[in-house]
Write a protein that binds this ligand. Structure first.
Ligand code: G3H
Ligand code: ZN
Length: 288
């Protein structure tokens, strides 16, 4: 299996993006793995802090490893949005294939200090691992939000600060705020494509540019973002919604069914279709 840094660099040169999909149970993971296998796409599987609590660190590692072995696919497990140095280290020590340390709530200096601490810790044990840091303020959370979410200009990542952050921390994936939010809000997002282009230009070529909050962004903007330099896109809310809506429907249609695995196939299929749609949009089909 090629390492994640190499795959992301290839994606960057060829103008496509590696999909990062969040899970909190085996059904979602299976659905995503089946989509990746069918479309021959390298992928990342992410678990936020809450999702990690629900699944368990060792359990997540074992499940993804089982799919890696059985499907023979490049799939990388990522501790999405680790909000503390300790939790990032803990996930790496448990066997995650990638790290995401998100100290974006802190000042630039404190963010650099903590992110660098994680980079040093991880690299001392594994020099090839891909590590993501984050700078800028991303509003929202991974759910459907009924209200309008307004983004302020001070939320957005400044390219000079992005360059300083990357240079001082040594991360290989950079996540910024360019008009994206977590979740789906009442208003349509409007990505700042010029800002993405400027950040891409100022960062070293081997550093990936990550787009968080991929749910709810119109396809046209996703394509423009990839053309401007995004090579890694996170999707969570759309997967959650596909899963829960199909599950609700299945439960309503089969009120007497008590066998769990007879209720879940529709939900698995709904997630699989959603992920296939995204892999095609990211132009990551037939890249394995
Ligand atoms: O890290 C996870 C993602 O950024 C998910 O965002 O829920 O808007 O798809 P989303
Ligand atoms: Zn995110």
């Amino acid at each position: 299996m090629n390492n994640l840094n190499e795959i992301l660099e290839k994606a960057s040169k060829e103008h496509w993006a590696v999909g990062h999909f969040n899970v909190s149970n085996l059904e979602q993971l299976r659905a995503i793995m089946e989509a990746a296998k069918e479309l021959k796409a390298p992928i990342m599987i992410g678990l936020s802090e809450g999702e990690r609590k629900a699944v368990g660190l060792k359990q997540a590692v074992a499940l993804v490893k089982a799919f890696q072995e059985e499907y023979g696919l490049p799939v990388f497990l990522n501790p999405d949005h680790s909000k503390s140095v300790e939790l990032a280290k803990q996930a790496f020590d448990a066997g995650f294939d990638s790290v995401h340390i998100d100290l974006s709530k802190l000042s630039l200096a404190e963010n650099i200090k903590g992110t660098k601490e994680v980079v040093d810790y991880v690299r001392a044990k594994n020099s090839e691992i891909s590590i993501e840091g984050e700078l800028g303020y991303l509003r929202g959370e991974s759910k459907i939000q009924r209200e309008i979410i307004e983004i302020k200009s001070e939320d957005l990542t400044k390219s000079e600060e992005a360059a300083e952050f990357v240079q001082k921390t040594g991360i290989t994936r950079f996540a910024g705020a360019y008009g994206n939010i977590h979740g789906i809000a009442a208003n349509e997002p409007k990505l700042d494509i010029e800002r993405i282009r400027a950040i891409r230009k100022i960062l070293p070529e081997n550093v990936s540019l990550v787009l968080h909050g991929g749910s709810g962004i119109p396809d046209k903007q996703i394509k423009e973002a990839i053309a401007a330099g995004i090579n890694n896109i996170h999707i969570n809310t759309e997967i959650r919604v596909a899963y829960i809506e199909a599950l609700r429907k299945s439960l309503a249609e089969n009120p007497d069914e008590t066998v769990p695995y007879k209720i879940t196939p529709q939900a698995i299929e709904a997630v699989k279709q959603k992920v296939e749609e995204k892999l095609k949009l990211f132009n990551s089909v037939n890249r394995v």
